[in-house]
Design a protein around this ligand. Sequence first.
Ligand code: ADE
Length: 240
Amino acid sequence: MRFHIMTLFPQVFKGYLSESIIKRAVEKKKVEIYLYNIRDFSKNKHKKVDDYPFGGGAGMVMTPQPIYDTYRHIVEKFDIKNPKVIYLTPKGKVYNQELAQNFSTDKDIILLCGHYEGVDQRIIDLIVTDEISIGDYVLTGGELPALILVDSISRLIPGVLGQEESFMEESFKDNLLEYPHYTRPREFMKQKVPDVLLSGNHKKIDEWRRQQSIEITLKRRPDLIKNANITDKDKKYIEK
Ligand code: ADE
């Protein structure tokens, strides 16, 4: 999987991408990450990348030429057919685990990070295939959202997580939130680990975890339950 990130602030990515699991994924050649500074492609003599909006109003708009030329450069260099271009914007479809799964099967993903009031609409019309928001709040730019996509997609690529990490139960598996975890010590600040987890009875432990998952999902994210695989056996936790 190759990520191509178009940004005005490539430095933002360098620290994160050179640490921990993502760093290891790059070293193992499971993912390749290429950063492109949109400003380098500006044909303006002052390397300008934004301008005032037609029709007036506050803020600046990213001009189409440098973005389009960055895009052409990527597509030609890597000979990408039908490029997937994701534009990070609060106007986009709200990101979730299912979208991450879908994106994880692409060979190349081009991420476009906006700034200021966003990019000229013609860029969206000409090259963008998906507009994605990471949630209902507004950030100063698309860099953090792009990192979130890179991280959440990379960990789904076979071989990126170690065996143990990838077999881990996790939130959003089956559209349920994850059950609580405990480790040593058995008692901390007078708070005890639930007895069932110390019982050695794995059937009971699985049942307890399932119940916890369902209860926490009902409480915090009732919207998820309708798409969860609720079995007849689970119903007793719901009707409680
Ligand atoms: N850019 C600014 N805010 C954003 C958001 N919530 N999601 C994606 N891109 C953004």
